[in-house]
Design a protein around this ligand. Structure first.
Ligand code: SF4
Length: 339
C-alpha cells in the first residue's frame, strides 16, 4: 500500500510544463486510493499492467509492472505468467502483445486509443500497393495495426529499422507508414553506402512532426553545452541538428551514462522528460516537449474499470489468420535485425 505523501514526494519533481498534471499533495490523495485498489485487484486476478513511457506518471509509478517502449513491452508480456495483460498505451501496441501472446487476455483501458501513424494506412491500402509494386518488399514500422502487419513482409522498430532495411535481401523496399522515418532511412542508407530503391507512405506521428530545427538553433544559442536527443520519427532536418537519435529506450539508456554537466533537449513525447525528472533528477533537461493525446487518454479510473469488469470493446480479439500472418511479419524482424 502506498501513501499520498510517499507518492507526492516521488512525483513532485515533475515539471508541470512537461506533463499534464501538476503533482500536488491533494492530487496524490485522489490518485492513491485508486492505485491501491488496482494493485490489490492485480494480485487477486493474476494480471500485469504494461505501460508505455508516454502515459501519465501516476500510471507509470503507481500501477505499472513493466514500463518501456512498444516492442520491449510486448517481449515483457511474453515473459509473464499472468493470465491478464492490461496494456496502458494505444491499440496497435496491445495488438502486438496479443500477436506474441495469443493465449492471453489482453485488455486496453483507453477509449481513445488510436495513433496518427498507425491509422494513416489500412489493410486495403497495402493490398492495393502490393498490386501496384509487386517486385517490392513491404516493410512496416511496428506502429501499424495488426491487419496491416499481416499484409507486410517484415516489421521494424525504431531501434532496429536501419539494420533491418540494410540486411533485407531485396533492393526494392516499400516502407510504411512513417514518411519522416522513411526519409531518415533513405539518408542513413546513403551514409552506409547501401543502394536501395525506397518508396514511402505518407503517414506521420503528429507529436514528432511538431519539432522544428529552428527551435534547436535557438536553444543551442541559449545553452552552449546543449545536447539534443531525438526520436527517428522526427524530420531529417531535426535529426541533422541532433547529437543522438534512438528509440525511447535508447534515449533513456544514453542518459544513464550522459554527463551531468550538459543540458539536454529531448525531442520526443513528454513522458521521457518526466521519467528523467523522476529517475535521473541530477540531469538538466531544457526546452519543451509534446504530449500525445492518445497515450494521455489512459487513466487510472479506466484501468480499474477494465480490471473490475472488462467489456467486449476493451478486449483485443484478433482473427486467427491475421494474427498468424502478423506474427510471421514480426518474426521476420529477428532474422534481419542482428545479421
Ligand atoms: S506519439 Fe505518435 S506514434 Fe506514438 S502513439 Fe502518439 S501519435 Fe502514435
Amino acid at each position: 500500500m502506498i501513501t499520498p505523501e510517499y507518492f507526492y514526494n516521488k512525483l513532485k519533481i515533475i515539471n508541470p510544463g512537461a506533463c499534464i498534471h501538476n503533482y500536488t499533495l491533494s492530487k496524490c490523495e485522489e490518485f492513491v486510493p485508486v492505485i491501491n485498489r488496482i494493485n490489490e485487484l492485480k494480485k487477486k486476478k493474476n494480471a500485469v499492467i504494461l505501460a508505455h513511457s508516454y502515459v501519465n506518471p501516476e500510471i507509470v509509478y503507481g500501477v505499472a509492472d513493466f514500463v518501456g517502449d512498444s516492442y520491449g513491452l510486448s517481449k515483457d508480456a511474453k515473459k509473464t505468467d499472468a493470465d491478464i495483460i492490461i496494456f496502458a498505451a494505444v491499440k496497435f501496441m496491445a495488438e502486438t502483445a496479443k500477436i506474441l501472446n495469443p493465449g492471453k487476455e489482453v485488455l486496453v483501458p483507453s477509449q481513445y486509443n488510436g495513433c496518427s501513424l498507425a491509422d494513416s494506412i489500412t489493410r486495403d491500402d497495402v493490398i492495393t500497393l502490393r498490386k501496384q509494386y509487386p517486385e517490392y518488399s513491404f516493410i512496416c514500422y511496428i506502429n501499424t495495426n495488426a491487419d496491416v502487419k499481416a499484409e507486410c513482409d517484415i516489421c521494424v522498430t525504431s531501434s532496429n529499422v536501419y539494420n533491418v532495411i540494410e540486411n533485407c535481401p531485396s533492393d526494392k523496399i516499400y516502407f510504411l507508414p512513417d514518411r519522416l522515418m522513411g526519409l531518415n532511412i533513405i539518408e542513413e542508407m546513403k551514409r552506409r553506402g547501401i543502394c536501395k530503391d525506397i518508396k514511402l507512405w505518407t503517414g506521420k506521428c503528429y507529436v514528432h512532426e511538431e519539432y522544428k530545427h529552428e527551435m534547436i538553433y535557438q536553444l543551442k544559442f541559449q545553452f552552449d553545452n546543449l545536447k539534443v536527443l531525438a526520436h527517428p520519427e522526427c524530420s531529417p532536418e531535426v535529426l541533422h541538428q541532433s547529437d543522438f537519435t534512438g528509440s525511447t529506450s535508447d534515449l533513456l539508456k544514453y542518459m544513464e551514462t550522459a554527463s551531468d554537466g550538459n543540458a539536454y533537449l529531448m525531442l520526443t513525447e513528454c513522458g521521457i522528460t518526466s521519467r528523467l525528472q523522476v529517475e535521473m533528477p541530477e540531469k538538466k533537461i531544457v526546452g519543451s516537449c509534446t504530449l500525445c493525446k492518445y497515450m494521455r487518454s489512459n487513466t487510472l479510473d479506466d484501468i480499474l474499470r477494465v480490471l473490475e469488469n472488462p467489456e467486449d470493446n476493451d478486449r483485443i480479439i484478433l482473427n486467427e489468420d491475421i494474427s498468424l500472418k502478423a506474427l510471421t511479419c514480426v518474426e521476420a524482424m529477428f532474422k534481419y535485425a542482428e545479421k
